[in-house]
Ligand binder design. Sequence first.
Ligand code: EPU
Length: 302
Amino acid sequence: MRISDPRIVAKLEEMHVDLRPGTALAELTSLGIGGTTDLLRIKKHESLPDLLSLLDANHVPHKFLGGGSNLLVGDGELPWVVLQLVRPEPDVVLDGNLAHVDGAADLGRMITFCAKNDLGGMEGLIGVPGTVGGALRMNAGAYGMQIGSYVREVKLYRAASRKIEVLQGDQISFEYRHTSFAPDDMMLSVILELPSKPFKVILEGIRICNEKRRSSQPLGQKSAGCIFKNPPGASAGRMIDDLGLKGLSVGDARVSDRHANFFVNAGHASAKDMLTLIADVRERIQKTYGVSLENEVVVWNA
Ligand code: EPU
């Protein structure tokens, strides 16, 4: 979708929004898949309510992009524009055990920065690509921990009220890869309360998690992490592996040989290839186990 009306373009400039016409989302997603649309980069959180009113008034549909690491975007010209926060400097400010983190901060860099200041707890998430805002919206987790456990306060743009609001941790529910945020809420910043730990101890935890991840996941390849959520008490990766589906391909979309719940883009896979592969694997799992696997990856298909 293209914004061409000069009055809208001028207003975007007034709102400190950087318009990047015709951006290929394949370049902004870890899967390397996705068509083209206008990207609006937001430099000031405060401009969001006016920006959303402007887009609504002009019937311009939109979606919010975080780090693009858990996302499968459709092919071709996309029927909505994409909004993304510009990362401020600094993006993490510490105050005792509290870390004030911008939604656009890189998750791994935030964990490392806190570790260097003797604040731990998030070691399991090292190696998970993406932004802190994206991790928060999904309640990202690994190796027995989840980001939601450390949330004290969240500042967000609430689609329902069309306002910027602040929620306390106990007003939000964090479940397995799911939160009580609405799909079109936008995470702006978070205050995390992290336990004190010596840097050396955190570093050892980080080293162990890195090793586990390197040995079981296809880290060097284009993927969106796990495609399906684990059904209660089971592992989707093991179920797919047990059916002998590693290596199953549609075009360049392929079930990873290393971890069967990672589907990789081994070349120039299209969204159509990847969606066909997802549907095929889901059907085979349903037939054999009678279980309907739920997507873990977020799909933006037109
Ligand atoms: N397994 C297989 N074959 C495979 C993959 C896994 O037999 O191809 C077996 C493993 O040997 C292990 C069991 O299945 O015995 C579980 O595997 P793993 O420890 O890799 O955990 P997982 O349940 O597949 C979850 C998360 C990952 C997270 C890891 C580590 C989900 C959907 N996945 O994977 O998160 O990194 O645990 O905590 O919850 C993600 O969110 O994108 C993601 C990758």
